[in-house]
Ligand binder design. Structure first.
Ligand SMILES: NC(=O)c1ccc[n+]([C@@H]2O[C@H](COP(=O)([O-])OP(=O)(O)OC[C@H]3O[C@@H](n4cnc5c(N)ncnc54)[C@H](OP(=O)(O)O)[C@@H]3O)[C@@H](O)[C@H]2O)c1
Length: 264
């Protein structure tokens, strides 16, 4: 696969590292206007860097766009006459619909939207993917690329906003849960570093239990809640204080906000 990453900033660099560390490309071109911090990746023999987006597009098959939303239309206009049937266009740009992309380059291209989260930098992103009609034929290819950096799920484009809340904002929600657990552990006598170690590895273990055994959270909870025991006492107190309710309400508030921002 000949991959170009157009606008290799934070996300683009994480994707580049994920693909390169798993030998997922035969060649890779990274673009941005100031090339300074990209040079380091040239240690991989297959990587080159340029500020010329047209050069990157003409030498690649898979084009992953990771620029800011305000830069995208201009760049698409800059390269659209070079697009052929060999190109797969993958956009990670938040809130930029397939219809808007098609407005610039037309519908007769393989167009895919991918919504990763920041855990992509450690190969653990939950990435949601959708495509235009033609792009359906390349969706497995896009999933294969992002599966190298975590887990993927194909969803309808209408669910992309909701997925952004659950998966991208979700990183912040889970961080706050880990932080709160850490604070509890400090109050119980652990020093801050140990407390965070206990909290984050327990969180990792809980998620891994579900992922690896295809189990349900309540089934795993039943296993650790002894009748009259300490776990059920703690859990019920958390629920009396609104744990599940506040999480659900927070998710809905984020969703309302993302829809409001889109209208503006
Ligand atoms: N970060 C995340 O976790 C995440 C998750 C999901 C989606 N997203 C989306 O991904 C996109 C990128 O996010 P980011 O955090 O990686 O942004 P970023 O760090 O600002 O990266 C964008 C890069 O584009 C380059 N650029 C600007 N104009 C360019 C041009 N004309 N040609 C080529 N390169 C150009 C910029 O470098 P120069 O100024 O040097 O050109 C910059 O490094 C955003 O649209 C965001 O909504 C991000």
């Amino acid at each position: 696969m000949k991959i170009a990453i157009i606008g290799a900033g934070n996300l683009g660099m994480s994707i580049a590292e994920g693909v390169l560390s798993t030998n997922g490309a035969t060649s890779m071109i990274l673009t941005k206007r100031n090339l300074g911090d990209l040079k380091e990746l040239e240690k991989y023999g297959i990587v080159s860097t340029t500020s010329d987006n047209r050069e990157a597009v003409s030498k690649s098959d898979i084009l992953i766009f990771t620029v800011q939303p305000g830069q995208f239309t201009k760049i698409l206009n800059e390269v659209k006459d070079l697009l052929t049937d060999k190109h797969v266009i993958i956009s990670t740009i938040t809130g930029f619909s397939i219809a808007k992309i098609e407005e610039v380059i037309g519908p007769d291209n393989y167009i895919i939207r991918a919504m990763p989260n920041t855990a992509i930098s450690v190969g653990k992103s939950m990435t949601c993917i959708c495509s235009n009609e033609k792009g359906q034929k390349r969706i497995e290819l896009a999933k294969a690329i992002f599966n190298r950096m975590g887990h993927t799920l194909q969803i309808p484009e209408q669910q992309m906003q909701a997925a952004t809340v659950i998966c991208a904002s979700g990183i912040a929600f889970w961080m706050r849960m880990i932080r709160a657990t850490t604070q509890g552990a400090i109050q119980l006598g652990f020093d801050a570093k140990e407390a965070q170690e206990l909290a984050m590895h327990t969180c990792n273990g809980a998620a891994s239990l579900l992922i690896e055994s295809d189990s349900h959270p309540e089934y795993e909870i039943d296993k650790v809640t002894t009748p009259r025991g300490c776990t059920i006492s703690g859990l019920n107190e958390m629920e009396h204080q609104g744990l599940s309710s506040s999480l659900i309400r927070g998710i809905l508030a984020s969703f309302d906000k993302i829809n409001e921002i889109k209208k503006e």
